[in-house]
Design a protein around this ligand. Structure first.
Ligand SMILES: O=C(O)CCC(=O)C(=O)O
Ligand SMILES: [Fe+2]
Length: 313
């Protein structure tokens, strides 16, 4: 397993915000159709991503919780989990590590941390302990997701192979004109599965039926976001979530995303048991490294990267 830690692109934005701007610089202004306001006026038909209690959860029993898992994976591509086995103290400590980093380190120190994950990982051992727990949970979720589709519990993990873990701490300073911009533009994650924690401010939104729905911050929960490789492996039965982050004018926000990816040489294709004459493969096989390169060429916007692999467009 490989772990790396980075501060995403938050450092530059933080430096800009701290210079006391009254207006959002023009390069950060979104076209009207992408701005948060046009969506917040809409009626929200669904109350939000499912919240699943993993205490005594058995995916082979088709009880209410299992249905919620399937609903989360197929309708949203995202859900929250509670009683996930990661100590609440560790979630709080990880958020504190992120805050300390953004509030107390100099720009030079931040850049060093971004480039040298080991210095961040040695932060009182918190990052290491957190990544170990999160990896265990990610593997458990991969097996639950496999079983919920009637697959062998190891099916998704077998396709993914060795899991590469990457932690990104994102800091969104208060924004003078939050209605004109986004903290992070709409995208789907490219790997297999993302586990995210956030502070109590809120700002993560998931797209459902053309509506942006805010993910309610829950202090004991972990947000699970299915990424593109899971959509491919499940042959589209489960979807990767399109998500984004909005900002607000009065409080900064911090999130910690942990991405779980296949190795660059791994070939990812729909799981064989899901393919039949009645249910043909919807996605071409792809080498994960090629998928990543195409992402860097095309950029993160929406889901156009995975759409390029569709066999029948
Ligand atoms: O900050 C958030 O809530 C979202 C972060 C995210 O989606 C990402 O880093 O890919
Ligand atoms: Fe993301």
């Amino acid at each position: 397993m490989e772990v790396s830690v980075s501060a995403g692109n938050s450092v530059g934005v933080q430096t800009l915000a701290e210079s006391g701007l009254a207006h959002v610089p023009s390069q950060y202004i979104q076209p009207p159709e992408n701005r948060p306001v046009s969506f917040s006026c809409r009626k929200t038909s669904d109350s939000g991503i499912p919240v699943i209690d993993l205490f005594n959860f058995d995916p082979q029993r088709s009880d209410e919780m299992c249905q919620e898992l399937r609903r989360g994976c197929s309708d949203w591509g995202a859900f929250q989990v509670r009683n996930h086995g990661v100590p609440k103290r560790l979630l709080e400590d990880m958020i504190k590590v992120g805050l300390t980093f953004f509030k107390e380190c100099s720009v030079a120190e931040k850049c060093k941390y971004s480039c040298d994950p080991n210095s961040a990982a040695s932060e009182g051992g918190v990052v290491e302990e957190y990544s170990d727990h999160i990896k265990e949970l990610a593997l458990k979720l991969m097996s639950m997701i496999s079983e919920s589709l009637g697959l062998q519990s190891s099916c998704i993990e077998d396709i993914v192979g060795e899991v590469y873990q990457n932690i990104t701490i994102s800091y969104y300073p208060p924004c003078p004109q939050p209605e004109l911009t986004l903290g992070l533009q709409a995208h789907s994650d490219i790997g297999a599965i993302t586990l995210l924690i956030q502070d109590d401010v809120g700002g993560l939104q998931v797209l459902k039926d053309d509506e942006w729905v805010t993910v309610q911050p829950l202090s004991d929960a972990i947000v699970v976001i299915l990424a593109d490789q899971t959509e491919i492996m499940t042959n589209g039965q489960y979807r990767s979530a399109q998500h984004r982050a909005i900002t607000n004018s009065h409080r900064s926000r911090l999130s910690v995303g942990t991405f779980h990816d296949p190795s660059k040489t791994r070939k990812i294709a729909p799981a064989a048991p899901l393919i039949s004459e009645d249910s043909p493969a919807k996605y071409k096989e792809v080498t994960y490294g090629d998928y990543v390169s195409s992402w860097y060429t095309k950029g993160p916007e929406g889901k156009r990267n995975i759409d390029a692999l569709l066999l029948h467009q």
